[in-house]
Every structure is written in structure tokens, then in C-alpha cells.
Design a protein around this ligand. Structure first.
Ligand SMILES: Nc1ncnc2c1ncn2[C@@H]1O[C@H](COP(=O)(O)OP(=O)(O)O)[C@@H](O)[C@H]1O
Ligand SMILES: [Mg+2]
Length: 357
């Protein structure tokens, strides 16, 4: 397992999940591996049976409780937010903790066919035998219904509305008709759906009211404070760093704080002290992007530097993240460098490194 490039959450955190399972004596909804309380602890962190439960999601407890409680009802869960707010991340961990399986996933795109939400056919068998149960290839949602697990639908609002409609029957009747076999699958207890959607996509408007009524929506916000965002980056960096066998990121805290501050200021269009108005670049500059800027920097520091994350190591990634549009964003970035970065105490090295690019 340690050789996998990216183990599933239920593999990476098998020990934590097992420890929670041992101490969990609260009531569990049918077929849930853990109680809602233990699922929440798994997501937010804590301690169980002498094992440290690492925080996966950093944010308000109430949001996670709302999400977990929804999954125990007959309504499905929609995680909504701008890119990089951990919608996919949270949905994977919820599925891992509730069902012990985060792999039943449908990736939503403009080209997602109805078969992805329902079932397909093994064409060789279909031709040889006609439509039979053995020729049918169940999709992830079908399998989740059969096994009483959570199915995940990523980027729901990118799926064309007529294809989305296939979910309505599933969510309201808890059954999936198979007209070719004059049959149906009925969902067993434990089945539910977690969907994610990006509220920057024009998409959300396309979620029909019929669909919307079947979901409870939980909006995942951008991190409340710079401290919280620094903590998120640091947590992720530690685990990404471990997987890539990079050194621990504690020495990198100052650079992380600078990257996070820059992203937050450019996102909000004003400096932290509220004094200087700024233009915002076109990119999203999410926490996820801050994580990747710092991770790349750490790889540079490890392989080409002295192992300590320095301003030179983050300058390239930082510039790349901010300057997505080579013309307009470049102007925004240059103004920010001159008006803000240059003037800050202790930011001289970063200013020079960015200018040198
Ligand atoms: N509040 C948060 N708590 C923990 N991790 C976060 C948080 N916000 C963002 N992240 C990190 O950002 C990364 C990207 O999140 P992702 O789930 O892909 O975003 P989305 O699906 O919302 O676009 C994840 O690796 C996650 O670790
Ligand atoms: Mg996502």
C-alpha cells in the first residue's frame, strides 16, 4: 500500500478509522461504519483509543455536523463552494468514514452520459445473449444502491440537465429502473449521494428545482482567517511532504504565511490592514493553489537548494499562480509587488526573487 501514488482515504487513514470504530458506542445509522459523532471526529480530528485522529477538514464544526446529519436522512448532500474549498476532499473523507469506501464516484462533465449515473452494457455479451443481468455493467451509483453505501457525484452542475434527471428517480424513489430487463434495483439502507458543485460555474442555475429539493446544500466557505488558512496549508504540506519524502515543513512557516497573505489580499482586493486597495487577478488563488505553490517550493528547496524553503523557491510558483492571463494579471502583479511587497518589513528577499524572474 505504501507504494501507491495516492491511496484512497480509507486506506491512508485505516488505522484512525479502526481506532474510532473500537471506541464508538453511539448509535449508527444502518450500514454506517461509524456513528455520526465518530464521523465528525474523523473529519475534524481528535483522539480515539490512544490514536491521534488528524484533522482533515479545517473549518466550522457546525458545517461538518450539518453535512453528516444530512447523510443520515433521506435527503442527499450537496457541497457547494468556490474552487479549492475542499468540496472534493471532504466528500472523499465522508464516504470513507461512513461507508469505508470512497471509490463509488461519477465525475461530472458536459459529456457525462446517462450510463455513468445508471448502468452500461458489456457489448460482447449483449450481442451474444441479449440484455441479461450478466451483460449489465452497474455504474457507481447502482453499486452504492445495492451495497447501501455513499455514491459521490463530482461537479454535478456540469452534467447536462437531461442527464442529471436520471438522479431524480434515484433520489426520490430510491430505485433505479432497468426497463431492458423489466426490473429495477432498490436501494438498501445506507445508500445516499454526496454531490459537489462549483458556484463559480454558471452551472448552479441549471440545477432544476426538482433536483434541488432532493438535496440539502452545505456551502463550504473560504477560510475565515489567515491563521486558519496557514494551518490548512501546513497540515497538507506535512502529509504531501511525507508522501514525497520531503523534510517536515515547520521551517517553512514564514514562507507559507507570506504566500497565504498574498493570496488573501489579492482575492479580497485590499491589504490586510485595510489601507491599500488592490486589483484582483483573474485566477481563483484558492487554498489549494497556495498548497501547490508551497509544495513545489519545498521540492525545489529539497532537490536544488539547502532543504530550507526560501523566497526563491516560492517565487516561481507564486508568480505562475497569480499571472494566469499574461497581460492583465501581469500588470496587477507588478503593481502589487511595487506597492505592497517592496514596502513590507522582512519581505525584501521575496520582492527581489519575484523581480528577478
Ligand atoms: N478548509 C480546509 N480544510 C482542509 N483542507 C482544505 C481546506 N480548504 C482547502 N483544503 C485543501 O485544498 C485542497 C483542494 O481541495 P478540493 O477538495 O480539490 O477543492 P474543491 O473540490 O472544492 O475545488 C485539498 O487538498 C484540501 O486539502
Ligand atoms: Mg472538486
Amino acid at each position: 500500500m505504501t507504494e501507491l501514488l495516492r491511496p484512497h482515504a480509507e486506506q491512508s487513514f485505516a488505522e484512525e478509522l479502526a481506532a474510532l470504530e473500537r471506541v464508538d458506542d453511539r448509535p449508527k445509522p444502518p450500514r454506517w461504519r461509524l456513528s455520526p459523532w465518530a464521523v465528525t471526529t474523523y473529519v475534524l480530528g481528535g483522539e480515539a483509543d490512544g490514536v491521534t485522529i488528524t484533522p482533515k477538514y479545517v473549518g466550522r464544526r457546525r458545517l461538518v455536523e450539518l453535512a453528516v446529519a444530512t447523510l443520515a436522512t433521506d435527503r442527499a448532500l450537496l457541497l457547494l463552494g468556490v474552487p479549492g474549498t475542499a468540496k472534493t476532499w471532504l466528500s472523499e473523507h465522508l464516504a470513507a468514514a461512513v461507508s469505508g469506501d470512497s471509490t463509488l464516484i461519477v465525475q461530472g462533465t458536459a459529456g457525462t452520459p446517462e450510463e455513468a449515473l445508471r448502468y452500461g452494457w458489456n457489448y460482447a455479451r449483449l450481442l451474444a445473449e441479449g440484455p441479461t443481468k450478466d451483460a449489465l455493467v452497474p455504474g457507481p451509483v447502482y453499486r452504492a444502491m445495492q451495497d447501501g453505501k455513499l455514491a459521490r457525484v463530482e461537479e454535478l452542475t456540469r452534467i447536462p440537465s437531461d442527464v442529471q434527471d436520471a438522479l431524480i428517480t434515484i433520489l426520490s424513489e430510491k430505485a433505479l429502473p432497468i426497463p431492458e430487463l423489466d426490473d429495477e434495483v432498490q436501494a438498501v439502507q445506507g445508500f445516499n449521494v454526496i454531490a459537489t458543485a462549483n458556484d463559480r460555474d454558471r452551472g448552479i442555475n441549471e440545477l432544476s428545482s426538482a433536483m434541488r429539493r432532493r438535496f440539502n446544500t452545505v456551502v463550504l466557505p473560504l477560510p475565515d482567517s489567515a491563521d486558519e488558512e496557514v494551518e490548512i496549508v501546513r497540515l497538507r504540506l506535512d502529509s504531501v511532504g511525507q508522501a514525497l519524502e520531503l523534510p517536515p515543513a515547520t521551517s517553512a512557516l514564514e514562507e507559507i504565511r507570506r504566500v497565504v497573505t498574498i493570496f488573501r489580499e489579492l482575492r479580497s482586493g485590499v491589504t490586510e490592514d485595510g489601507r491599500t486597495k488592490l486589483k484582483s487577478p483573474s485566477g481563483t488563488l484558492s487554498t489549494a493553489e497556495a498548497i501547490s505553490v508551497v509544495t513545489n517550493g519545498l521540492a525545489l528547496a529539497t532537490h536544488f537548494g539547502d532543504g530550507e524553503l526560501s523566497a526563491e523557491d516560492v517565487a516561481g510558483g507564486l508568480t505562475g499562480a497569480v499571472v494566469q492571463d499574461p497581460v492583465a494579471d501581469k500588470v496587477v502583479w507588478q503593481e502589487y509587488l511595487e506597492a505592497v511587497v517592496r514596502e513590507r518589513d522582512g519581505w525584501g528577499a521575496l520582492y527581489r526573487a519575484c523581480r528577478a524572474l
